[in-house]
Ligand binder design. Sequence first.
Ligand code: ADP
Length: 381
Amino acid sequence: MAETSAEALRTALRAIKDPASGQDIVTAGLVEAIEVRGGLVQTTLLTDRAHAAAMEPVRREAEALLMRQPGVSNATAILTAHKTPPAAAAAHSTAAGVAPGAGQARRAPGGKPALLLPEVKAIVAVASGKGGVGKSTVAVNLAVSLARQGHKVGLLDADIYGPSLPRMVGLNRKPQVRGDKMIPLQAWGLACMSIGFLVDEETAMIWRGPMVMGALEQMMGQVEWGPLDVLVVDMPPGTGDAQLTMAQRVALTGAVIVSTPQDIALIDARRGVRMFEKTKVPVLGLVENMSFYCCPNCGHRADIFGHGGAKAEAVRLGTEFLGEIPLLLDIRTASDAGTPIAASAPESEAAKAYATLAARVWEKLSDATAARASGPRIVID
Ligand code: ADP
């Protein structure tokens, strides 16, 4: 399908009226930016807090109109405030039901929003096609292992609907605010940020798409991450708004897809891989979690869910099999206690499996960063 242009979409948006001025929203200057990536479109509409409620139907109308345009497979419209609210106030307005200012990013020359996190050398998304496969556990232990291997690591919990980072690393404080930025919390050698530090779980659960994206942008743009070697991002399960935001707003170095050996989960994993390919984010490879069971008493190994599915699938998808993590009770109990096993029992079999995975991911990230510096991004097809 032919790629649509931002200009064509801007013209199409002239069909929508600004309720305040009676002009069309383009003439009224409300259409701040339109980004087009393949068939994926994101636009930001300017508003302020006072008019956010009145603008919500306009936002929806714009989204629906963009979705109908030829060449558009998915469109999102975000309301963005004129002024950047201070981080704490923005977190409050989010909880109160106002879409946070998502367009507070500095503008790059040419009017496009500048990519967030320019000081972070590599950003890796840990994703899965569905929930419950151990994605967050892999993200946390991967991050801890990378830090133990001497890298400066941040961990961003982008799972807005179900943040699990606070529990998994044993943190339940609110981050401090310095100037207009939040300071990430420190645990296990990592700089950590999660929406779970800011609002209670029920609040996050009822957020709609634009709020999720706004909150995500805030956790990247309004957090003092500082220079990092790598930021590990625990993505929400599935292939929705958060994936799109990440793909559009940061220079994702690559994605790691977590799957269990069951076939059904692999079908979902395939969907996860395809989503990243569509957004031109390189897939670094697949990880098989709960790969096999080791009896803690006799050491007997049992492949209770079958074994090797992810490896075979990785070959089929033309991507790499990055490693396997055993199903071990200690992994779960360590996570539940807020003491990730990669840090609390570094000599354990589980910690060694995460360390092997981390070393391979680091190699792949280094390759991908070098490739990006010297030419176009590599996309697996
Ligand atoms: P997701 O992020 O995919 O929803 P989680 O990381 O929250 O999944 O894991 C789901 C549950 O499975 C948690 O209770 C976690 O402790 C447990 N778990 C994850 N990986 C393993 C493993 N390799 N062995 C044992 N339990 C695991």
